[in-house]
Design a protein around this ligand. Sequence first.
Ligand SMILES: NC(=O)c1ccc[n+]([C@@H]2O[C@H](COP(=O)([O-])OP(=O)(O)OC[C@H]3O[C@@H](n4cnc5c(N)ncnc54)[C@H](O)[C@@H]3O)[C@@H](O)[C@H]2O)c1
Length: 421
Amino acid sequence: MSDNYTKFANSPLGRLLAKNLGLPMPVHLDRYQPGDAVIAGPVLFGSAVEGKLAHSVSGILKNVNADVYGLGGKSFAADGDQKFKALVFDASGIKDSADLIKAYQFFNPVMRKTDLCSRLIVLGTSPEAAENPRHATAQRALEGFTRSLGKEIKRGGTANLIYVAPGAEDQLEATLRFFLSPRSAYVSGQVARITPSATKVSLNWDKPVALVTGASRGIGEAIARTLARDGAHVVGLDIPQLGDDLKVVTNLIGGSALALDITAGDAPAKIADYLKSNHGGVDIVVHNAGERINDALIAQGAIRDNGRIICVSSISGIAGNMGQTNYAMSKAGVIGMVQSMAKVLGPKNITINAVAPGFIETAMTAAIPFAIREAGRRMNSMAQGGLPEDVAETIAWYASPAAAGLNGNVVRVCGQSLIGA
Ligand SMILES: NC(=O)c1ccc[n+]([C@@H]2O[C@H](COP(=O)([O-])OP(=O)(O)OC[C@H]3O[C@@H](n4cnc5c(N)ncnc54)[C@H](O)[C@@H]3O)[C@@H](O)[C@H]2O)c1
């Protein structure tokens, strides 16, 4: 569904009117295109004393050919006109609330020296793994700081916090790349938690098999296309009535189509049988529609080593929504499932995570009455709805072979909507 206000606000007349009348100013967000650099502009990197992540971050910035200023990079004059595409601050060394001022001192002088669609990233130590209550308090405080940055940066910029547990430094790369890049265009004010994993990080997709439910349209179609783009063989699933639409999608991406209703009693067993007999198993399972399949897949050993399960929740499952007790209950249940199963699956070397989309431009949201739809679209830091691709890119980050350190996460893809935590 097209967002006519965003088109208007980006015209010369629209820009003038929006500015003078104090109306929302949605900008066209940078979105990833194959071949794009991870970060297309200078990165300023800084750290509080005793930051534990400087070595890992510097290595990753080097891997992505970033033009680095500050720690480990070029120097710059604070009063000069140098602009930055990303500001990255390692706050992991902050052990006491009094030292939180260091985060402010890093960001404050350079916040207005950022380009459109800039990336602000704060790195911390997981409060759960803190050395003492003071340390945990200071690290937890970074959430409020980062979320406020997300509201202040404007002009399509994002701000996100990455907590790295001690011993998980080697698992940071997939997540830092994601939050730096245009793949995270509509993800802001979020917290990702990285935990240790024995799996050696590999950035190469070795033709994994991915099951995507509800793949014939909307968000599911975008997930199927994105995972195929990144190198997966996608098994798309949808109801038999949409079998033809499903085939159009899977044929385009060289995948396979499985037409069945996941609510049927025998669906979980049928899916597990199909995956085992046609592909020897599955590496990535995306529950875009429904979530009763895990038990059968796990019982039959259909999910392979270093497998990924990704569930689609909703900000309604976090905040609740009027007239949606059933929907919010099921989406909150998805989060409960992810958090509880993460503990069970982690030792089996399988991860499970969830995305919680906000207002995404699909057939589902196009059916919402106009006034409610407009409010849903604008009530976020980007002042616009997200695209199915934004959810798909977030899922591709979780699905990446390098994302073994992400387990039990729930990340909202909502442009930092006012709805939800
Ligand atoms: N669009 C949004 O703004 C938004 C926001 C939050 C969460 N979500 C979630 O994202 C997911 C996708 O949403 P969408 O907007 O693309 O929805 P959609 O209705 O456009 O697409 C859902 C797909 O799932 C398929 N499906 C439904 N029931 C099925 C069944 N029993 N068996 C097999 N396939 C089935 C449908 O046929 C359809 O192709 C859903 O889980 C939705 O709750 C969407």
